[in-house]
Ligand binder design. Structure first.
Ligand SMILES: C[S@@+](CC[C@H](N)C(=O)[O-])C[C@H]1O[C@@H](n2cnc3c(N)ncnc32)[C@H](O)[C@@H]1O
Length: 317
């Protein structure tokens, strides 16, 4: 199917099964990462099986192409859907604009679609394209700008924090030298630099490039800040019993989700000086899955891109 060429949804049934709390009367679900619309399509199908008639799905994606592709795919459900180009970090404002004070579900399938990886500029080191990496083409900062204009110190911080690269200074200093001779333009400029400066075998080179590309992509798109912001907003946006499901694809994202859910689902003492045992702050969430959910062996063999996926779901108390 043409949808499968755009993007094969990962952990599809597992995610939507846990996202929808059928005990709630009217479902108002937000798909914050519409992509090819695979999750949204299944949510609409589930709506048809539920008793309540006025369920609503609100979808966001910051990529214009994802919006037009998925809008076309989902047009038979247009009565139940609002689709908008936008960042999920701005969900609070967007919902307010539509007079939606609270929702019963939020799903975030982070990262990139297969379409973006294979067709949009800069995301993959397997193709020679402009070092762009913007999911939202209305933004101005590109990967090329970062490589050509950030100081070596600033580059080191990104490579260390967003790529977890050991000895980031060696890489940043090589970049700072290279760009004096010829500014970075394409993905090949970066791969050539790695070939010239690092004598490593093919497998290690691939891993290294993956980390460098991940770090640049996170910086270009502000990915971790957006994630922290929506997690923090979700406790106000979700109704009691409403759920948030997050699928992550690398350890930096997963750590943020895991820690946030853990922190918010524990009873904690109001103050370390508190003497009253009952003086506790009540948790705001409960974990729906205590153990992280990962794709089956079968799913990974059919869709290798799913291999690093991790699903965590929490319910607002
Ligand atoms: C893995 S794909 C989602 C695939 C989707 N679940 C499906 O079934 O087709 C991730 C999508 O999220 C979008 N995205 C990533 N970060 C975003 C953000 N902060 N706000 C809105 N969209 C975002 C990307 O542009 C991409 O289209």
């Amino acid at each position: 199917m043409y949808e499968d060429i755009y993007h094969v949804p990962v952990l599809l049934n597992e995610t939507i099964d846990l996202l929808i709390n059928e005990n709630l009367d009217r479902q108002i679900i937000v798909d914050g990462t519409l992509g090819g619309g695979g999750y949204s399509e299944l949510i609409c199908k589930r709506f048809n099986e539920l008793n309540s008639k006025d369920n609503l799905l609100i979808c966001f994606d910051k990529d214009e192409h994802a919006i037009s592709f998925a809008s076309n795919r989902l047009k038979i459900y247009s009565e139940k859907i609002i689709i908008e180009k936008g960042n999920f970090a701005d969900m609070r404002l967007a919902l307010k604009k539509h007079n939606i004070p609270s929702v019963t579900g939020i799903v975030l399938d982070l990262g990139l679609s297969s379409y973006q990886l294979e067709n949009e500029d800069g995301f993959s080191f397997m193709r020679n394209t402009t070092l762009d990496m913007r999911a939202d083409k209305e933004k101005t900062l590109t990967a090329k700008d970062i490589l050509n204009s950030y100081s070596a110190e600033e580059l080191s911080v990104i490579f260390e924090q967003f790529g977890e690269i050991g000895n980031p200074d060696r890489l940043s200093e090589s970049i700072a030298l290279y760009r004096k001779i010829s500014p970075f333009k394409t993905t090949e400029d970066l791969t050539h630099l790695i070939d010239a400066k690092y004598k490593i075998d093919k497998k290690n080179k691939m891993n290294f490039l993956a980390k460098i590309f991940q770090a640049l992509r996170i910086e270009v798109n502000g990915e971790l800040e957006d994630l922290k912001s929506i997690l923090s907003d979700s406790k106000d946006l979700l109704q009691r019993g409403g759920r948030i499901a997050v699928i992550t694809y690398h350890s930096l994202e997963d750590r943020i989700v895991k820690l946030y859910f853990k922190e918010k689902s524990f009873k904690e003492k109001k103050s370390k000086y508190s003497i009253d045992k009952n003086d506790l702050i009540n948790p705001e969430f409960k974990l729906v899955n205590k153990k992280v959910i990962t794709p089956s062996y079968k799913e990974i063999s059919e869709n290798p891109r799913s291999r690093s996926a991790k699903l965590r779901v929490a319910e607002k108390l």
